[in-house]
Ligand binder design. Structure first.
Ligand code: PLP
Length: 327
């Protein structure tokens, strides 16, 4: 990034992204350059994707528990926000009947696997079901794959690669998680060429491109690799949390991917909100209450695996101790 900026790459850049970065992303994902747009982070990609495919007042269904920004992203794009719940009892894999009931009359479905907040990675069966529901109901599918490189159990399946799905799927990716480049604000969208053209209009009216020196840093990151090393770090922490909670009275649900684990705290009689607040007061440990991600994760807390092993082990032990104390 520094080399690129010092070399003078501080002027306007191609609005859809540099050819070099788009070509690298295209070859990594088995698509053409015309199917790739570079955007200023995954979040901006999600918003632009929604603006590209829905008209105001059209319904967008999101699988709950969902990433915390989804309601405002849908509403900001003019959509009507609706949810289909994926239950803890099903390891947060959505089921056909819940999805089918929610998508009647909807225009788009927005999903996220590996999932924040649950850590669930959707199985092939789940992905096939989602694809089928999208085709049967003529939905756009916005697939948030910002954690695609962080699968600890199972495999990442992109719904775009399932039969007849490429023409209706918009994949949103990011360098934030795969290469720990959160502050660089760079991500990408892979979509049919006409959707990419709509994203160009959107970018013309908003960001007018992503800084060239940031794009050069992202290209370098892809060329150097490193996503596996990042994933290994989170896998180690995930395994550590799984071991810590193995004999605890509260338990982890489906920690298969991403950088989070969900703990079902219902056995304590507390809501996720109450548990998180009391834990903060009693132990000085910050976790997210499941309620902040929707209805499906009520009675749970989300632990982010974003502290080192020693801190994480210590925190897990104290979370369990706190739970035992209130039971
Ligand atoms: N999607 C999910 C599921 C996330 O967890 C995040 C960040 O936490 C984002 C999108 C946005 O990432 P960024 O805008 O940094 O690429």
């Amino acid at each position: 990034m520094v080399e690129s900026a010092r070399a003078g790459n501080t002027k306007y850049s191609p609005v859809q992204g540099s050819e070099e970065l788009r070509d690298q992303l295209a070859s990594d994902h088995g698509v053409q350059r015309e199917n790739v747009a570079v955007v200023s982070g995954g979040q901006a990609g999600l918003f632009a994707a929604l603006c590209a495919v829905i008209d105001p007042t059209e319904v967008v269904v999101v699988i709950d528990p969902h990433y915390a920004t989804y309601p405002s992203t849908v509403r900001g794009a003019g959509g009507v926000f609706k949810t289909a719940i994926a239950h803890s009892e099903n390891e947060f894999q959505p089921k056909r009947k819940d999805l089918e009931a929610a998508v009647k009359g909807a225009r788009a479905l927005m999903m996220n696997s590996p999932n924040n907040p649950t850590g669930a990675v959707y199985s092939r069966e789940t992905m096939d079901m989602i694809a089928d529901v999208c085709i049967q109901n003529d939905l756009w599918l916005i697939s948030d794959e910002v954690y695609a490189t962080q699968v600890h159990v199972g495999e990442h399946i992109s719904p775009r690669n399932l039969p007849n799905m490429a023409e209706r799927t918009i994949v949103v990716g990011s360098f934030s998680k795969s290469h720990l480049m959160t502050g660089f604000r760079i991500g990408w969208v892979i979509a049919p060429a006409d959707v990419i053209a709509a994203l160009l209009s959107m970018a013309n009216a908003t960001t007018y491109g992503t800084p060239q020196f940031i794009q050069d840093a992202a290209l370098k990151a892809l060329q150097l690799g490193g996503a596996e090393q990042v994933a290994a770090l989170y896998k180690e922490r995930r395994d550590l949390a799984v071991a810590a909670f193995a004999d605890a009275p509260i338990f982890l649900v489906a920690p298969q991917g991403a950088m989070y684990v969900m703990v079902d705290v219902r056995a304590t009689g507390l809501s996720g909100d109450a548990f998180a607040n009391q834990l903060l007061d009693a132990q000085g440990i910050a976790v997210m209450p499941g309620e902040s991600f929707g209805v499906g994760s009520a009675g749970h807390i989300r632990i982010a695996l974003t502290v080192n092993n020693e801190k994480l082990s210590n925190a897990c032990a104290r979370i369990i101790e706190f739970a035992e104390g209130v039971m």
